[in-house]
Design a protein around this ligand. Structure first.
Ligand code: KG4
Ligand code: ZN
Length: 364
């Protein structure tokens, strides 16, 4: 079964074709990063206008790369939320029009669910995976993750960490989630972006902090580890602690070494907290696998921490290809495939989809 995925929830215009929920035939992402670097963040109206310009070229390219015609597609999956309303509307409208045109089922997908299902995709680019495995092997005492070509096995402990979302859940089956915790304030990615801005590191903040942290020394500027007693997360106190640090050392703020040291300590704190809760959930709920999902799962330190804290022998999955960690349409097509397969009668070609900026993750 061939599913066309469309993703326009924020600042990437993405279209992909995925076969049977796991095999990527094409995965086109038109990034708007350069556009939003000028403003240091995403301006919703600017993003939406760019989606309008890029959506059809992305569609053409995705179909051409997959060597498939629109008529041969079996279903169309689109991100219905959460995200920026003006951005979501472009993808939802395009998908609905295409579905009606070719009379194919239209499947609305929750963006967070898309990130979750990115781990179900088979990875073709093994190069970055190999590098990651080497990095993991370097970590004292940690074993590299197993080769995970087989489909995941339930139950799975999933940590979704992106710019807008930060959830810890147990996946008991397809579309069957037990929610454990979420952030009470900022999502991890949002915290990375804000601290990067504070340290003058630019946008997007996650990769910039990771790069700066590579030259930093841990322990020079100790920061708290915000462990809450339950499964929830909170990064606002950590952010304030970084703000106080920069106020306390104003002359040093301009020093690249100070910035690198603080970036390293901040990254360490976030990754240690995230990985500890994930590992605790994995042990308590006796899961078979552990998955890292969302833009922040591209962070190599988070991967290292997760690997270090997980029980021996437990499978850890994350997208070895960094492009599958951040927003893309292959993950939307994958989620759409499993959603459709579970209940095909629920998806009719003419059923309207509501773009919902606050769409919650629900069972299906
Ligand atoms: O999943 P995503 O592409 O978009 C959302 O759904 O929000 O995630 C984007 C977020 C941004 O906050 C970005 O700073 C963060 O993921 N990110 C990272 C890294 N790469 C992207 N955070 C930490 N380390 C990274 N290497
Ligand atoms: Zn995302």
């Amino acid at each position: 079964m061939f599913v066309l995925g469309i993703e326009t929830s924020c600042d990437e215009t993405a279209v992909a074709v995925v076969k049977n929920g796991r095999q990527i035939l094409s995965n086109v992402v038109y990034s708007q990063i350069a556009l939003h670097q000028k403003t240091g963040g995403v301006v919703p109206e600017v993003a939406a206008r760019e989606h309008v310009v890029k959506i059809m070229p992305a569609l053409e390219e995705a179909l051409a790369k997959a060597k498939i015609t629109l008529e041969e597609i079996d279903a169309i999956a689109v991100t219905a939320g959460p995200g920026l309303l003006s951005s979501l509307l472009i993808g939802v409208n395009a998908a609905a029009t295409l579905a009606m045109f070719v009379q194919k089922p239209l499947v609305p997908v929750n963006h967070i669910e898309g990130h979750i299902y990115a781990n179900w995709l088979k990875v073709r680019d093994l190069r970055s995976g190999a590098q990651t495995q080497r990095a993991l092997r370097d970590l004292a005492g940690a074993k590299a993750p197993k080769n995970v070509g087989q489909p995941p096995k339930f139950p799975i402990a999933v940590l979704t960490v992106s710019g807008g979302h930060n959830e810890l859940l147990i996946m008991r089956g397809h579309g069957d989630y037990k929610f454990l915790g979420a952030t009470l304030d900022d999502a991890a990615g949002e915290a990375f972006d804000k601290i990067a801005r504070l340290l003058g590191l630019g946008y997007p903040g996650g990769p910039a902090i990771q790069k700066a942290a590579g030259k930093g020394v841990l322990g020079r500027y100790p920061l708290p580890r915000p462990f809450l007693k339950n499964w929830d997360f909170s990064f606002s106190g950590l952010k304030t602690a970084v703000l106080y640090l920069t106020k306390k050392h104003p002359a040093k703020t301009a020093s690249p070494q100070f910035v690198a040291d603080v970036a390293a300590e901040f990254q360490e704190s976030v990754c240690e907290v995230l990985a500890t809760k994930l590992a605790n959930a994995a042990k308590k709920f006796r899961v078979k696998e552990v998955h890292l999902a969302g833009g922040v799962s591209a962070n190599t330190r988070l991967r290292e921490w997760a690997q270090k804290l997980l029980p021996r022998g437990m499978i850890l999955r994350f997208c070895k290809n960094f492009g599958l960690c951040t927003d893309n349409a292959a993950m939307i097509a994958a989620a759409g495939y499993f959603k459709f397969k579970k209940n095909p009668a629920a998806y009719k070609k003419w059923a309207p989809i509501i773009a919902d900026p606050n769409l919650e993750l629900m069972q299906w």
